[in-house]
Design a binder for this molecule. Structure first.
Ligand code: MG
Length: 371
């Protein structure tokens, strides 16, 4: 007995306003997770992705390395799945929503076993809620014990499915289609985790189930030596002082530490990698501009900045009068609200190289999260 999988990717994601199949869930797209779950299962002979023509290119690149076939989806879910079923060569078809990325191998195997035994299998969960059915005027509650929520995968004999398709009709669910030709539906109990991404909160829930809060922490540290004959620039603010920081760029140690914390949070290396001090292009560079470029790199990875907190370790001059201006300049360069940027200053009580006035050091931490 062989099984063909049809991944239904026909939805236009109108309820979410973006293509939910491309959403990143802990480093993998939704569609990739939905397909990968069916790979390396002995009974499965092929995986067919039924998707609209305009998305096949981007889905193909998302599924690089997976053994999948594409078919151009129709205008509705039923029509899309129908194209896949017609193409399928298995005795059974396993229909699964592309937007259900949390399906597990164990659930798939349980469905396959049930389909072998009963001729069909529809994965479902028991309803946790009391349901009311209404005809618009009156309503009633069915006994909750007998209420099940239908999910996917759903498995049917391919011949039964083709017979049902011949009769026509458009259904939101394949089990309904099979019933229209008198097909018997066997329910297989599944996990509550196997949610369908329909609205924004489903994405938050899916990430939480995968242990991906979508949040990352970064840390940055930098030191520059204080010398005579240089301007002292901290957080983009030129601070009156007989000494300034030595460096290839403007040596803004605060902007550098914050940049490194952001790059660190996104695992993008450090500023030395992106703006090497061996490159004459960065001689005397405005570090706030580099910080803006760092933010662009982080945003390109799909992150937004939560907040930044930095501590400047400096014996002299007194930095307190300049903190507000630094926060203003830094938040402008990062394109965030000033409330998201904190700068604090401390002396190190005359201890160490900052205490002796040889240099200034900065520690910075930040939080970024998935857009
Ligand atoms: Mg530096």
């Amino acid at each position: 007995m062989s099984f063909s999988v049809i991944i239904a990717c026909g939805g236009s994601s109108t309820r979410m306003g973006k293509n939910k199949l491309l959403i990143d869930l802990k480093g993998k797209s939704c569609i990739r997770r939905s397909c990968e779950a069916f790979c390396n299962i002995e009974e499965i002979c092929e995986i067919i992705v039924a998707a609209p023509k305009e998305f096949t290119g981007v889905y193909k690149s998302e599924l690089t390395g997976l053994d999948v076939i594409f078919t151009e989806g129709g205008s509705t879910r039923t029509k899309s799945v129908a194209k896949g079923v017609e193409l399928a060569k298995g005795d059974y078809v396993i229909i699964h929503d592309g937007a259900r990325p949390l399906i597990t191998k164990n659930e798939i195997l349980a469905c396959i076993e049930d389909a072998k035994k009963y001729g069909s299998s529809v994965l479902c969960t028991k309803s946790k809620d009391t349901v009311r059915i209404t005809d618009g005027e009156s309503s009633y509650s069915p006994d909750r014990e007998g209420v099940y929520i239908v999910r996917t995968p759903q498995i049917f004999r391919r011949d039964d499915y083709l017979k049902a398709l011949d009769l026509g009709g458009d259904y939101t669910d394949d089990a309904q289609l099979l019933e229209s030709v008198g097909g018997k539906i066997h329910l297989t109990l599944g996990n509550y985790d196997n949610i369908k991404l329909t609205t924004e909160e489903d994405i938050t829930a899916a990430r939480a189930i995968l242990g991906d809060a979508g949040m990352r922490i970064g840390h940055g540290y930098d030191v520059h030596r204080l010398v005579e004959g240089r301007a002292l620039i901290l957080g983009g603010v030129n601070i009156p002082c007989e000494k300034g920081l030595l460096g290839h760029s403007d040596a803004d140690v605060l902007a550098h530490a914050i940049s490194d914390s952001l790059l660190g949070a996104a695992a993008l290396g450090d500023i030395g990698k992106h703006f090497p001090d061996s490159d004459p292009k960065y001689k005397g560079a405005d570090s706030l501009k580099l910080l803006s470029e760092v933010v662009a790199l982080v945003e390109k990875q799909g992150y937004i900045i939560g907040n930044v907190d930095a501590t400047v370790k400096c014996q002299a001059p007194k930095l307190a009068p300049h903190i507000a201006a630094m926060r203003e300049k830094l938040s402008c360069a990062m394109g965030v609200d000033i409330s998201q940027v904190s700068v604090k200053a401390t002396t190190e009580e005359g201890l160490g190289f900052t205490g002796s006035g040889e240099g200034i050091a900065v520690d910075a931490v930040c939080v970024i999260s998935k857009r």
